[in-house]
Design a protein around this ligand. Structure first.
Ligand SMILES: *Cc1c(COP(=O)(O)O)cnc(C)c1O
Length: 355
């Protein structure tokens, strides 16, 4: 049976990317060796790194003066690398969920950390608005897509201090104005690659402004100087990331991904709003296109486990909502086909008819 993969992360990748990665594991570019057993300093892998970096810059329209890095440690390591590299005295954070809060926790060890707004009291079902960012903050940090709660900031904010964003779960799903940011980072395992690599886009002249010693491996400048090869980078996930970016480019780039994402999200939210058994959990104006969270309405609450079983039997995978929200979460990343969203909608309609 065909599986429809709605997993939140690691998550669906284009089948071409998985096939090409598998081929490279057996014989990389016809060199008679696996990509698993070649030097990261070989000319073959250097070409992969160069293309990955170039595609990242091309697809996101990254202006001059920025570096693209591929590192280890996940988005979670960035939570401390950000204050290490950018915070001298004070930083501002928008608290929109677990990941935002974890990032903020690390900053507190480095200096005055201001929570400009929070939706914690409403279990993070909306994105706070009209908050004030202290003019003397070294940077403002936010999470563009809240993977667990299904809320998303779809427009790049504007603020007077350097802006930094965790874009783990919505990178490459819509065009962004990179020139507004000092740094953009994320774990690649949501919308780009298998787990193991972290992408970081950093504005070169935003660095070098803190007076503390930064440990070598945690210093962005180290990785800029060595083209992400100060130490051994995650070779295989970088290769897959490069393939995913080729795939995005072949389909028309990030604007085409945004169009696909809008279509899929509109279809599914329309069904959630129409179907008497289901309701969305996020505030309508803040609904994420990537992670669509919904529950059963109070009168049908008892059928939640039944629906999950029903959908699973029809090939749906990864639909169970995060434990802190409950219900269901359909992650609709770039690689998820419209047909999979339609298959889920069919399940919801069939379930409604029979209950
Ligand atoms: C998954 C996720 C993370 C954690 O990423 P790791 O690579 O596992 O550290 C951080 N932020 C967001 C928004 C995420 O979705």
């Amino acid at each position: 049976m065909k599986k429809h993969n709605f997993s939140a992360g690691p998550s669906i990748l284009p089948s071409e990317v998985i096939e090409e990665t598998a081929k490279a594991v057996l014989d990389f570019n016809g060199i008679g060796l696996s990509i698993l057993e070649i030097s990261h300093r070989s000319k073959e892998f250097q070409a992969v790194m160069d293309e990955a970096e170039a595609l990242f810059k091309e697809l996101l329209n990254i202006p001059e003066g920025y570096s693209v890095l591929f590192l280890g440690g996940g988005a979670s390591l960035e939570f401390c690398m950000i204050p290490y590299n950018f915070m001298e005295k004070k930083a501002a954070y928008l608290n929109t969920g677990v990941w935002a809060k974890k990032a903020m926790k690390e900053a507190k060890a480095f200096g005055e950390t201001v929570e400009v707004a929070s939706s914690a009291d409403a279990n993070y079902t909306f994105i706070p608005k009209n908050y004030e960012i202290p003019a003397d903050a070294d940077y403002f940090h936010f999470t563009s897509n809240n993977t667990i709660y299904g809320t998303e900031i779809l427009e790049d904010p504007t603020c007077a201090v350097p802006m930094i964003a965790d874009m783990s779960s919505d990178i490459f799903s819509r065009p962004i104005d990179v020139s507004k940011y000092a740094c953009i980072y994320g774990g690649a395992q949501k919308n780009l690659a298998p787990s193991g690599v972290t992408f970081v886009v950093v504005k070169n002249d935003a660095l070098g402004k803190v007076s503390r010693y930064i440990p070598t491996m945690l210093n962005y400048q180290t990785h800029i100087n060595d083209g992400s090869m100060f130490n051994t980078p995650p070779v295989l996930p970088i290769y897959s990331a490069m393939l995913t970016m080729r795939w995005i480019k072949s389909l028309g780039g990030v604007p085409a991904m945004e169009k696909r994402a809008k279509e899929k999200a509109d279809m599914l939210y329309a069904e959630i709003d129409r179907n008497k058994m289901f309701m969305g959990t996020a505030a309508v104006e803040d609904r994420s296109r990537m992670n669509i969270c919904f529950v059963m309405t109070p009168e049908y609450k008892e059928f939640e486990a039944d629906f999950l079983k029903f959908a699973t039997e029809k090939g749906m995978v990864g639909l169970k909502g995060h434990r802190s929200v409950g219900g269901f979460r359909a992650s609709c990343y770039n690689a998820l086909a419209k047909e999979s969203v339609q298959a889920l909608i069919d399940c919801m309609q069939e379930f409604e008819k029979t209950h």
